[in-house]
Design a protein around this ligand. Sequence first.
Ligand SMILES: [Zn+2]
Length: 107
Amino acid sequence: MKAKKTAAQRQAAREADARRYARDRKKRIAAEKAYKEKKKGDPTYEAKVKARAKVNNAIRDGKISKPNACPNCGRTMTRVEGHHTGKTGAGKMVWRCSRCNPRGAAA
Ligand SMILES: [Zn+2]
């Protein structure tokens, strides 16, 4: 059985995680920039970006609200994501938790 970590050990681990996160920040930003550059001009990618912005703006403006539970399985302790049906993200949007909304799966 693994020995339980002390509060000091947990604190040290959190601090190490924070240092690693800060250290890799530039790398993450560069990778994101390279990805966006690579996807520039891809109509599927641009449609998805627009669809996400539309949903996020509607949530911000109070036009739609994000449910706390997944309407598909009812799970609450999870992140609920908007899933757009259709290949280009132009279809209907449904709320799904990350387990019900596997990446790349057709709905
Ligand atoms: Zn679900």
